[in-house]
Design a protein around this ligand. Structure first.
Ligand code: IPE
Ligand code: IPE
Ligand code: MG
Length: 260
């Protein structure tokens, strides 16, 4: 009888949080708009899709760094409800890439105690990808490490419409008094239900917009924009983003500054 392969013993060593960062004041939840893959590739004379492939490596390294440095949740924007407007070849490449990466990385996600979830209208994705997503979600659901949320076919407006529909349905069914609807009940109908709101939003490639990302959840996030294209986002860029975050005073509408 053949034995399953032994657990890998050559896992990369854990990286240590850079000394210039205060561990006690790291954001709990980091959200990232991974932008600039196409421009990264074009600037090298490569087809755009090569940028997406390189972007996967940046995401893997960012997940590992966040996990090693003690950040509790990472939410990454991988494909928006608007990205279907791109040429069919690019969309197909991305869907196949998501499938391949999920297949290849599941084992190490399990070993590293990552809890992966996919946020968005998953029914709109290719069936094979939906199956891989369901499997990965189930197999990592009990893990106690970093929460890794991958926003796929995600749109903030669509998420809010869906929440409104679900609340309206419960009201129509007589289960819910409309006057009892509050912020908690809306938040509980979002894909992010149960997750704390992001403390820090990072957008790469120099664009100063949210592009329909986490419209509700980013209400009080600190925003860091970097000119770095996503495939070049590594430990230095992450450290700069976290230092920027630690330099902020959060006020949440009050007058007393709350240092992160
Ligand atoms: C982000 O990079 C990845 C996705 C939106 C899937 P882009 O593909 O948007 O790269 P640019 O912005 O065109 O350079
Ligand atoms: C946002 O990037 C979506 C993702 C990173 C998945 P886009 O490249 O789609 O955003 P816009 O079109 O520049 O606003
Ligand atoms: Mg872009």
């Amino acid at each position: 009888m053949s034995r399953p392969p032994a657990a890998s013993t050559d896992a990369a060593p854990r990286s240590v949080c850079p000394p210039e960062l205060e561990i006690a004041r790291l954001p709990s939840h980091v959200a990232v708009i991974m932008d600039g893959n196409g421009r990264w590739a074009e600037s090298r004379g490569l087809p755009r899709v090569m940028g997406h492939r390189a972007g996967v490596e940046a995401l893997k390294s960012t997940l590992r760094l966040c996990s090693d440095w003690g950040i509790k949740a990472l939410t990454a924007y991988a494909f928006s409800t608007e990205n279907w407007a791109r040429p069919g070849d690019e969309v197909n490449f991305l869907m196949t890439l998501f499938e391949r990466v999920l297949q290849k990385e599941l084992r190490s996600l399990e070993q590293e105690q990552v809890r992966i979830r996919f946020l968005g209208d998953l029914e709109g994705l290719p069936e094979k990808l939906q199956e891989l997503i369901a499997d990965a979600t189930e197999r990592t659901a009990g893990n106690d490490g970093i929460h890794f949320n991958v926003c796929t076919n995600y749109g903030g407006r669509r998420e809010l419409v869906r929440a409104a529909q679900r609340l309206a349905q419960r009201a129509a069914d007589g289960e819910l008094d409309p006057l009892q609807i509050d912020e908690n009940s809306v938040a509980a109908e979002l894909f992010t239900a149960g997750e704390q709101d992001p403390d820090l939003l990072i957008r790469t490639s120099g664009e100063h917009r949210i592009s329909n990302f986490l419209l509700w959840q980013l209400a009080y996030a600190e925003i860091h924009v970097t000119d770095v294209f996503w495939p070049d986002f590594g430990p230095e860029a992450l450290t700069r983003a976290l230092l920027d975050y630690q330099s902020r005073q959060r006020r949440f509408g009050g007058l007393d500054p709350i240092s992160p």
